[in-house]
Ligand binder design. Sequence first.
Ligand code: ACO
Length: 436
Amino acid sequence: MKLADNKATLSFSNGSPSVEMPVYSGSIGPDVIDIRKLYAQTGMFTFDPGFMSTAACQSAITYIDGDKGELLYRGYPIEQLATQCDFLETCHLLLYGELPDAKGKEDFTKLVTMHTMVNEQMQFFLRGFRRDAHPMAVMTGLVGAMSAFYHDSTDITNPKHREIAAIRLIAKMPTLVAMAYKYSIGQPFIYPRNDLSYAANFMRMMFATPCEEYEPNDVLVRAMDRIFILHADHEQNASTSTVRVCGSSGTNPFAAIAAGVACLWGPAHGGANEACLNMLEDIQRNGGIDKIGDFIKQVKDKNSNVKLMGFGHRVYKNYDPRAKLMQETCKEVLAHLGVQNDPLLKLAVALEKIALEDEYFVSRKLYPNVDFYSGIVQRAIGIPVSLFTAIFALARTVGWIAQLNEMISDNDYKISRPRQLFVGSEKRDVKPLVQR
Ligand code: ACO
């Protein structure tokens, strides 16, 4: 970051001296006011619950222009990456800063592929869960447990450890998600097959059985790969910030990523794809397209607590570019499977059209986000709804680990320790029990 030409001056109406604060510019995007010395100079904190106006770090990984609806990974538009690269090339880009050349791609693919198996003991850990446990509960446990299985890559201050942990996490997440699924349906685990692509291997581990081989289908594999690319990173979102905060204490990388998995689970974040599909199925059950009007009325009623899931975003105040790509994939997959008349797709398209024209959504700049169509694609591929968020976690792992490594490599990084505006009781004395 570089100092901008101007400075910010904060003045007070009570006559306290005003303070000047430096302003920094990044390569693109809004400037930031550096308030790091504010407390020392004024004895005051800034107040920003939910981080509406706070840049918590400097980062060179992902850039979002929410007004334009633009998403760049290391400068490359998501539309170009989604149509010209595969997921492992995208991982290479996020982790190391550049797309690989042909040899680099081959080497990186080999490196990740060599790590796809998990320690055999891991399955006994998994077997401790109830079979009906939510996959995200299982994944939070499994990813956290990796620190107990891979002792040689838990020192976050050692760059070599960080690199091995990154590769292990990227390589083993598909194996773990597929194992969690197989366990939930009582089928034997399927070991990875390293001659397949990252996405095809994942789908085979999900859908093959020892009695029947699974032939990966090109269109569906491409769709899965695109889902991975679109979810790979997204700037300082809730789960990524969680990973950074957790990792800032110096904890091991697997524990920090497990914290990200836990955060992602919530319906306001990664859980929205599951919640969105459940919402579409509910509307379908209760009358389908004819009842959309009633549903939209409920959404607009402040007292109903009903949200149009898959709509709205903290940063995008325009169409989420990932939603457009996901809608394309959705149409391609359903056409390939011969289900152009899928009732949920029809419902989603109708819902989107109404919402995009309705004053409530227009005035609040609410547009479809990536989750609006991803559930329909995943359901068509055969992925159960409860697994959607685990697949999001699989894809986001590279972003989390790239952001964690970026933070640790930054000499200026400090433990994250926000302060507060205290509104509780002032100091008071404890009375003896009989007098309370
Ligand atoms: N349906 C109906 N109203 C909405 C929606 C929605 N999906 N999203 C926002 N609003 C309304 C709010 O009620 C609020 O209205 P008000 O100004 O009258 O009070 C206004 O739009 C602003 O919304 P906030 O909640 O203040 O926006 P915030 O940035 O805090 O929330 C969030 C963003 C959490 C994504 C929100 O839009 C939401 O809950 N969407 C549905 C869940 C979802 O799809 N999440 C996925 C996000 S993408 C991802 O994580 C991959």
